[in-house]
Write a protein that binds this ligand. Structure first.
Ligand code: GUN
Ligand code: FE
Length: 436
């Protein structure tokens, strides 16, 4: 075997596989191998076996012992608004009021490039510190804010400017021609790192969705928007579109996106809480993904927008792909540990079976990477994947026999002090290089 300059990491490993299972090594060894510009995972194995196999080549220089700290693949946050960092902690209201009162004013500030640049530097450093190393992200309407975000984002992110042509504050409203011209330029500059992002059907005209979608599809870019987050939003959407030519007979919110070219295998629909069986069938047929944001949808007393509980079982039965997102600033905290906690907690309260931490971990890591078409090289600690992972000190937590109890103990110890999740991650490795 021509394997040289291996690196070794010792720790407790939980490696997600799917909704029901993950590898768990109370004492494990991760072996990585350098590649051009980084490192790949050679294998993850029990420490005892690892030492037998590699012990002769392990030195103080090439081995990092994290004791029994937990090592996970980095998180994929599949729906968040980087320009809403300051809105996270503001009072919550129902969706449409909250957008008017807090969110749009916050996004207006990004009109100034220097403001966007300073914010991007801080936000993406902080995001990485939370262990998030990939995902799909919304920016403000402003072209330069996407440039700044992509300059500072480290990891596998797609980012796009929200497109707003109607029912929006004047200073955030673009003409259709402007929206399409900005889309063309951003695709030309950033290729597939640009994500085509009509904000939602209320603010974006069908012409922009249709023409922009065609541009995005030609460049193989991802597309994202919001779908069926609250009943009031749905009623408003239908009342607007039934007056628009070509949409008079439209039956559902999802059908509006179907007619506007927005569905497909590279399409990410935020929320999708209130969907009919027909809409789910349409999403499934088109291979469209739904991104569930539990902390944002949670009741207002839990600092969410009170939008309702996503029925993951119905979505799975319909064969619709889905992953987790924080929806910052609808969601109050950057940490995907908090998002996982909220998913488990809300379903448990409603006595919905199957919402385990093992599932939450899969949906917060590998499921997102798979949806972004990166499943072969990211999202888990599988052989041949990027050597990207995060380290979480466990303090005096006793290591249980299984990963479900480990994640539960780790996460639920802080359920009353959710801000604590921000301090969970002590080290982040991207492609074999320690970032912090
Ligand atoms: N729908 C349209 N825009 C937004 C937004 O910024 N946040 C959330 N949660 N929903 C939206
Ligand atoms: Fe959102």
């Amino acid at each position: 075997m021509a394997v040289q300059n291996l690196s070794f990491y010792i720790g407790t490993f939980v490696n997600p596989k799917d909704d029901e299972s993950c590898d768990y090594h109370r004492a494990g060894l991760l072996v990585t191998q350098p590649t051009i510009g980084g490192a790949k995972i050679l294998e993850l194995l029990p420490l005892e076996r690892g030492v037998k196999k590699y012990g002769a080549r392990m030195t103080r220089q090439n081995t990092t012992d994290f004791g029994h700290s937990l090592i996970l693949p980095g998180f994929f946050d599949m729906h968040f608004h980087w320009v809403q960092d300051d809105v996270r902690v503001m009072p919550k209201d129902s969706l449409l009021e909250w957008l008017e009162k807090y969110t749009f004013p916050a996004e207006m500030k990004f009109a100034k490039r220097s403001y966007a640049a300073a914010k991007a530097r801080v936000f993406f450093k902080n995001l990485l510190a939370h262990g998030t190393i990939g995902g799909a992200c919304y920016s403000s309407v402003h072209e330069h804010a996407v440039d700044e975000a992509l300059k500072h984002a480290r990891g596998d992110f797609v980012i796009g400017n929200v497109l707003m042509n109607m029912n929006s504050p004047v200073s955030l409203t673009q003409t259709e021609a402007e929206s399409l011209a900005v889309t063309k330029r951003l695709i030309a500059r950033h290729g597939v790192r640009h994500c085509f992002t009509p904000r939602f059907a209320i603010t974006t005209t069908p012409a922009v969705m249709k023409k922009g979608s065609a541009l995005a599809d030609r460049a193989r870019c991802y597309k994202q928007t919001h779908l069926s987050e609250t009943p009031q939003e749905i009623a408003f959407v239908l009342s607007i579109y039934r007056k628009l030519p070509g949409f008079e007979k439209v039956r559902s919110y999802t059908e509006i996106y179907a007619k506007s070219g927005m569905l497909g295998k590279r399409s990410l629909m935020g929320h999708g809480i209130h969907l009919s069986p027909k809409e789910l069938a349409l999403l499934s047929e088109t291979k469209t993904s739904v991104i569930h944001c539990p902390t944002s949808n949670a009741p207002i007393k839990e600092q969410g927008l009170g939008s309702g509980l996503f029925d993951f079982r119905k979505v799975e039965r319909a064969g619709v792909r889905w992953a987790l997102g924080s929806d910052i600033g609808g969601g109050p905290f950057l940490s995907m540990f908090d998002v996982m906690r909220s998913f488990v907690d809300q379903n448990r309260r409603k006595r919905v079976p199957g919402a385990t931490y093992v599932k939450a971990l899969y949906r917060a890591t590998l499921a997102g990477a798979e949806i972004l078409g990166l499943g072969r090289r990211a999202g888990s600690l599988g052989r041949g994947k990027d050597a990207s992972f995060i380290v979480i000190p466990l303090g005096d937590l006793k290591l249980p026999d299984g990963p479900e109890v480990l994640l539960k103990r780790l996460i639920e110890a802080h359920r009353k002090e959710r801000a604590n999740y921000s301090g969970f991650v002590s080290a982040v490795y991207l492609n074999g290089k320690r970032q912090r």
